[in-house]
Design a protein around this ligand. Structure first.
Ligand SMILES: C[S@@+](CC[C@H](N)C(=O)[O-])C[C@H]1O[C@@H](n2cnc3c(N)ncnc32)[C@H](O)[C@@H]1O
Length: 334
């Protein structure tokens, strides 16, 4: 069957293909062919794209689609708006859609279900809300149920992303922190959610892990996850960290995972640590503010303590100028 092709010099082939793809005019169902040092790249339109356009017969492409975007049918002018990033939490795909794609969300949801064999539900992410930071989710395809079982480096985590905060993008950071544990340490996981930091710490050999969250639904899942993973060192506690922390024995490690507004919790976290203990401090910051933040942290700890920076890393990008940072801070005597 005839298809329009852009006739592109071979050395410009990859750049042109990428540009056509981003513009939503690349045909994925036809093969690219080579002719006398030029590439014939199948496109959806006869209008010029910076290269001569011809109509030729091309073989149908046998290769499988690589992303849901290769399967979904939306008007060509909206194709560039199809999100590249999305989360898979157990059997639930979570995707943030721009308003212009809302009339096509059922088709987008079906494309995800076809592409991701383990997915049973596709939900539109309408943002995090309140102090528990759970997501407002609207199911757009598949089962209505959002409760699921998520697997993370050998852990099985029961959770409902509509009721509790959980990000699969932080998995490597959680494992990194567990990898730092030496011997039967006392660990406080102060904003534990359903417990992934605490459960990784248990697996790494921590002696006791106090896991605290203010959201009763998160603590119910945390208790279930402690049972599922036989995490005997983890002690689940429901309540606000301000009320619960003063009751602990001095800790070797304190995980402060409230990245939207963590500074007010620094004095309490430092107070809970032994000399030589480590504070894992997370914050979403402008990249340019990173050095300044270290000075702010130093100024915010009690006068009888000191703070040394053991490392700072970007957990993930958050916006073009912001990132989710991890600060490893060693707390000592003044
Ligand atoms: C970033 S989420 C935690 C994610 C979790 N650490 C994980 O890795 O999946 C922040 C958590 O803090 C909890 N939270 C908010 N305010 C709190 C407080 N004052 N005390 C204890 N937990 C709180 C929320 O319910 C939420 O589960």
């Amino acid at each position: 069957m005839a298809s329009y092709v852009a006739v592109v010099p071979k050395e410009e082939g990859e750049a042109a293909r990428r540009r056509f793809r981003e513009a939503g005019v690349l045909r994925l169902d036809r093969k690219i062919v080579e002719r006398n040092g030029e590439l014939l790249i199948p496109v959806t339109q006869e209008k010029p794209l910076g290269y001569p356009i011809e109509s030729v017969n091309l073989d149908v492409r046998a290769s499988r689609p690589r992303t849901y975007r290769d399967l979904v049918r939306v008007p060509e002018d909206l194709r560039p708006l199809l999100p590249r990033a999305f989360d898979v939490v157990g059997e639930v795909v979570i995707v943030r859609l721009p308003e212009a794609l809302r009339p096509y969300e059922a088709a987008i949801g079906d494309a995800f279900l076809q592409m991701h064999r383990g997915a049973r539900t596709v939900a539109a992410d309408e943002g995090v809300q309140g102090s528990y930071r759970e997501r407002a989710l609207r199911v757009i395809a598949g089962r209505r149920e959002t409760r699921t079982l998520h697997h993370e480096f050998g852990l099985a985590l029961a959770l409902d992303p509509a009721e509790v905060h959980f990000s699969p993008r932080v998995a490597s950071e959680r494992r990194r922190v567990a990898g730092l544990i030496r011997g039967p340490e006392v660990v406080v996981d102060a904003f534990s959610g359903v417990g992934p930091f605490a459960l990784h710490a248990d697996q790494a050999g921590a002696g006791r892990v106090y896991a605290v969250d203010a959201n009763p639904r998160a603590v119910a899942f945390l208790r279930e996850n402690v049972r599922r993973n036989r995490a005997d060192a983890v002690i689940p506690l429901e309540g606000s960290i301000e009320d619960v922390v003063p009751q602990f024995e001095p800790a070797d490690r304190f995980i402060l995972d409230y990245p939207w507004d963590p500074l007010p919790y620094v004095p309490l976290s430092v107070g809970a640590l032994k000399d030589g203990g480590v504070l894992h401090y997370y914050e979403i910051l402008e990249r340019a503010e990173r050095e300044e933040r270290i000075e702010t942290l130093r100024a915010s700890i009690p006068e009888d303590r000191s703070l040394e920076v053991d490392g700072v890393r970007e957990v993930r990008g958050y916006s073009p100028t912001q990132a989710h940072f991890a600060f490893d801070l060693v707390i000592g005597p003044a």
